[in-house]
Design a protein around this ligand. Structure first.
Ligand SMILES: Cc1cc2nc3c(=O)[nH]c(=O)nc-3n(C[C@H](O)[C@H](O)[C@H](O)COP(=O)(O)OP(=O)(O)OC[C@H]3O[C@@H](n4cnc5c(N)ncnc54)[C@H](O)[C@@H]3O)c2cc1C
Length: 403
């Protein structure tokens, strides 16, 4: 096989979490060999390369969560990393606007959360909103987050890949992890490897791999697809991102308008249940077994209406078309018209964890492991923002488990 046939650490999955973790392992255990397997021809072709590129500030999360603890620091570290490496970074900030009085309690809650974890966040008047972004609409007060920023996810991934190679990590792209081998090994598409310790950062497939090692027993990944509508080339840009007040009961942030590092504007992402894990477009990557088990899971959720899944799914299906999506976004900013948003961008899929015992969506990052393996579960948004401190945090958890 092309793979080194023995490795101290095997990291499965070359998204931002796997790359950052592999680098952190190499930093901490310099004498050990670290191998990263990525089934695709390149790293970052799934969630890490198909997201909004927003460096979040962290005010959506309650202080007791890992997301709250890591987002602020992740934002700071990734922004510093971009500056150091000359990667594009737009410190454009973000407005959270209200579309009616019903949004005010949610807005107050976000402000309370932001202040409780020390994230800079200002409550501002409709006049201030217009000063920050003349096209933004708000019915009442709004929030301004000066630390929210934009990066180009592909540039960040490419830079981390370069760091990994320079650090001596064996980066095996186009090589899939297939299954656990007897006697502490892994069967890959390029042969069998002897593995000292396995770290699973396989995103949409993380629960599958974890199950083989006796973990993720109460969790299954429920994939939610996010689609984007892109502004026509040359359309006027925005100075900031504009978000609605989300329903804090579910992990999605509502349809928003973002400004990319190049000034390009997009609406989205939606959050529609997908029927197989890599269900991006049409029948691409279709897997019958996955489709049957996910469809059965979703049918059960619809029937029982766990965590308001019926309303969530119906609301998302209603805004599925271009017209409805533009209508939602037009409530956030002036000058958003159907003629200006005619092209779909590349969709992304969230590897959202569902707790099959408590029958609810898991809101925070999760990890499980022992002295043989470690599994990163629910690395959903804002795991891109958090990736650097998340990796340090997780390597510390691994260190505590190593024999
Ligand atoms: C639509 C959308 C918008 C988002 N917007 C933002 C945002 O603006 N800001 C933010 O901070 N976060 C955002 N996120 C979240 C962020 O993108 C993810 O949290 C993050 O990218 C997760 O990284 P990951 O490495 O865990 O997963 P991934 O990037 O999915 O990487 C997992 C990798 O594992 C590989 N893999 C799977 N199985 C195997 C196998 N058997 N063998 C080998 N390799 C395997 C896959 O090919 C994949 O490359 C968004 C996510 C989505 C879907």
């Amino acid at each position: 096989m092309t793979a080194a046939s023995t490795t101290d650490f095997l990291v499965v999955g070359g998204g931002i979490v796997g790359l950052a973790l592999a680098l952190e392992l190499k930093r901490r255990y310099g004498d050990c060999s670290v191998t990263l397997l990525e089934k695709e021809p390149a790293c970052g072709l799934h969630a890490s390369g198909r997201n909004s590129g927003v460096l979040h500030a962290g005010f959506y999360y309650t202080a007791d969560t890992l997301k709250a603890q890591l987002t602020r620091e992740g934002n700071r570290q990734l922004a510093a990393y971009c500056a150091e490496r000359g990667l594009r970074l737009s410190r454009c900030g973000k407005l959270v606007v209200t579309t009616g009085p019903a949004d005010l309690p949610g807005l107050e809650e976000l402000l309370r959360r932001g202040h409780s974890i020390g994230v800079p966040l200002e409550a501002i008047s409709p006049e201030d909103v217009r000063r920050i972004e003349p096209r933004a609409r708000t019915v009442e007060r709004a929030l301004f987050s000066p630390c929210t920023a934009s990066v180009d996810p592909a540039e960040v991934i490419a830079s981390l890949v370069g760091d990994a190679r320079a650090a001596g990590i064996a980066l095996l792209t186009g090589t899939a992890y297939r299954r656990r081998a007897s006697g502490g090994g892994a069967v890959t598409s390029a042969g069998t490897m002897r593995v000292g310790y396995l770290v699973n950062t396989a995103g949409l497939y993380a629960d599958r791999i974890a199950l083989e090692y006796g973990f993720s027993e109460r969790y299954r990944i429920l994939p939610f697809r996010g689609r984007y509508l892109l502004a026509e080339p040359g359309a006027p840009s925005l100075r900031t991102h504009i978000y609605p007040v989300p329903n804090l009961e579910n992990p999605f942030l509502g349809v928003h308008i973002t400004r990319g590092v190049d000034g390009g504007v997009k609406i989205g992402p939606t959050a529609t249940p997908a029927f197989w894990r890599e269900h991006y477009e049409g029948w691409g990557n279709f897997k019958l077994g996955e489709c049957l088990s996910i469809a059965a899971q979703e049918a059960g959720l619809l029937l029982r209406n766990d965590f308001g899944f019926r309303q969530l799914a119906l609301a998302e299906v209603r805004q599925y078309g271009q017209r409805a999506l533009v209508r939602r976004a037009a409530a956030l900013a002036d000058g958003v018209h159907r003629e200006g948003f005619r092209r779909w961008g590349r969709p992304g899929i969230r590897a959202q964890l569902f707790d099959v015992r408590a029958r609810r969506l898991e809101m925070d990052f999760r990890y499980e492991g022992d002295d043989r393996s470690f599994h990163v579960l629910n690395a959903v948004s804002p795991a891109f923002t958090c990736a650097l401190p998340l990796a340090s945090y997780l390597v510390q958890r691994i260190a505590e488990r190593l024999p």
